[in-house]
Design a protein around this ligand. Sequence first.
Ligand SMILES: *Cc1c(COP(=O)(O)O)cnc(C)c1O
Length: 480
Amino acid sequence: MKTIFEKSVAGREGCWPCEGMAEEAYIPKELLRDGDVGLPSASELDVVRHFTRLSQRNFGVDGNFYPLGSCTMKYNPKFTEVVAAMPGFTRLHPVLPQLRGAGGLCQGALEVMYETESLLCEITGMSAFTLHPMAGAHGELTGVMLMAAYHKDRGNKKTKVIVPDSAHGTNPASAAIAGFDVVSVESKDGIVDPAALAEVLDDEVAGMMMTCPNTLGLFEKNLPEIVKMLRKVDALLYYDGANLNAIMGKMRVGDVGFDIVHLNLHKTFATPHGGGGPGSGPVGVSEKVAPFLPISRVAKREDGRYFLDYDQPKSIGYVAPFYGNFGVYLKAYAYILRLGGKGLTRATENAVLAANYMRKRLCDHFEVPYNRICMHEFVASASEQAKKGVHALDFAKGLLDKGYHAPTVYFPLIVPEAIMIEPTETENKETLDQFCDDLIELAGLVDSNPEALTSAPVTLPVTRLDETKAARSMELTDDL
Ligand SMILES: *Cc1c(COP(=O)(O)O)cnc(C)c1O
């Protein structure tokens, strides 16, 4: 495909808003450039086609099924984009006067923040929320910093954070970055084993981070017991709620006894994960952790007006410039109001139903190491096929030829040849069936024509790459 510069033809141009008008008439002469800017010359149609074609080289959930486990690439309703694009929001400056003038100049935005926090409290059963963290991992880091601040305030000497081996990889990373020693605890039959936990639990444990459902897509059945054990040593319970679409409307994290939770709004609440766009990882806390939340906190005055409260002596301080990614939580706010409690509960039910439906359809063709009721995703394994030389990666590449985005492969690490599939709540049965049919067809090729898999993809502009080289010594070309 030619670049726009190669398509340039001297003198060709698109339509000009002020046809016939000399440039000097609307740009002061002294500001006009002397030389050529070096921009391509192309007609409007050429430009539109060029960029439309480029955009179609990208894979997105608007194009086809995107079952990327752990990432919730679901349809995001377009009405939330309309709400987020309202000029009353997009044109706000972050340091507008809050209370001055008739009603202040950003009371609406402050109300959105206040109400979003309240709704998230209601959904999770926590006492307070901050919307500042800009991603899931950023929320985790904030959460572990809150843990540290809580213990420091109480004069506790704590050095360790426990993270099960089935946790999301960002959990141990966040605990380590916050300065804690990470203690791993082995899962048994796919979930945390209280006996194994007892072996590593002591007075130096600041807290435990639980990914629930864990990366195997399994619910942690022993939560109540785990909470009790941690309480005994004054350790805090952290809930990685990135994938709340597995439990929303069914269980409230706060009710179970968790002290800190982060949510990925860019997974569960209307923004897809991984689009390269902004994220939002709000953190909710129980009452005893609330005084340490980052500043500023949005608060409501007695006269009903809102303001940003910076007077929080125990706060851990700033974790983000201004107030986090406003557009993302504005979309979440609109989404929550549109769905309501019943709608959110149905989203969870559909996400779990879709995952279990696919697990059942695929488990005769692929090994599923924990083949029981799962939550919003499940992990299959290509270990049987790998014995014949066809690996999880080859299935991922084969699916590209079928027009899909590949599922997550080789994660979680505790399953060899992992293929982690998350269908999400927004795909219909026909799409799920078609994907299962296609994957089963690929499994059939392992005996009849394995090269078709090991040499895939053959239909895409970029075919099989040496993945290490592609990352380490990239050769860029526009010759596609
Ligand atoms: C996606 C995810 C994260 C990390 O979220 P980012 O926004 O990518 O930083 C953390 N934990 C779990 C369980 C996740 O699925």
